[in-house]
Design a protein. Sequence first.
Length: 118
Amino acid sequence: MTRVLIVDDQPSFRRHLRQLLTCAGLIVVGEAGDIPEAEAQVQTLQPDLAVVDVRLPGANGIEGTPRLKALAPNLRVILISAYHDRAKVFRTAAEEVGAEAFVPKDDLDLDVVQTWIV
């Protein structure tokens, strides 16, 4: 089973995403509101996948991805954002920092999430 860490600064969105991930058959092992909290959880919870918002307080998701992967080189990272109009820029940035993909939050649905199952 794929173990997932959700990293987003909005608790209401984290709850929504947790429900979606659970319905897709993934196991949510933790949630974080920023990159430092995510770093601590990556070390203790050892998730397989982190779903990370691009816009976070302090270090953003693009800056945070290499930090998370340095702690867990096999960690897969999916970057997400509500800024659908910047998708092309975020996809390029995701590739450059070693994330597996960028997905606009509006495009998150059961079919998309099920592709993340390993």
